[in-house]
Design a protein around this ligand. Sequence first.
Ligand code: LER
Ligand code: MN
Length: 317
Amino acid sequence: MTLNRRNFLRTTLSGAALAIGGTTIAACSSKPGQQSATLAGEKSACDSNYNPKAELKLSFQEWTPPGDSLNEKLDYMEKLGIVGIEPSGKGLSGRVDEFKQALNGRNIKVSAICAGFDGFILSTDPAIRKQCMDTMKEIIAAAGELGSTGVIIVPAFNGQVPALPHTMETRDFLCEQFNEMGTFAAQHGTTVIFEPLNRKECFYLRQVADAASICRDINNPGVRCMGDFWHMTAEETSDMGAFISGGEYLQHVHVASRKRRSMPGEDGEADNYVNGFKGLKMIGYNKYVSFECGCQGDRNVVLPAAVKLLREQWEEA
Ligand code: LER
Ligand code: MN
């Protein structure tokens, strides 16, 4: 582009507009107490982290709440306003009616299905890969019947050997396999969800951005990804950045305390999710944030406290 007067003006004016835009965003988001033309506490388009679609929908894995039966657990969850339950995929196809009956008339839905398949998709052995594909399809069909957002899968835990090497060819192969699985999932009204883990559990896939980039390359509505705050603590440089990079592909979130993978709040000051929640708000995230954690204290005390803490931090974000 030759820099004649017209181009010069266009360039500098757009620069000024960007600068103005930048200043506006900075002014709107700098301090929580700072208000512009809106009433105190009211959210506006001026808040850079405000997206009207964003909503905190909390979910528990099935074994998280106290209770001797599924119904007792759901009763407990209802009292806390928990709106999602995350069962394991193990044996799920035999439990579809049990879940449908227990959830009937409640304000709780199946959030996601946590793994539960056999084999692994990056095995060097075609029979083990087939085991993974076949058992995943059985779980996916059950997940679809239950209206789940998806079935969580890890391509290969570190202990699952021998595995295909971490090369470009393997990535292409992974994309092919997930395209098949994703198409099957979409036909059943659900998805498969890549979960990045920390390096001690799965060196192959560690960051939300990498999982999202694989989803983008596969380009299949049945293939999505998630972030787990526990793993993100070790692998991400920014919770907010990680979730923003997940963008439209982000289908699920796991949460735990950040030092011992216990109930949020049991690790004190370390249990800060505000930056991550800001990222979720920015992308208009309205799927589930699901507890995947142990418990140090009395479950009846620390669970309600954890729920309260997360709700407060979501408000703060
Ligand atoms: C494993 O650490 C994990 O986070 C699970 O959600 C894997 O499916
Ligand atoms: Mn997880």
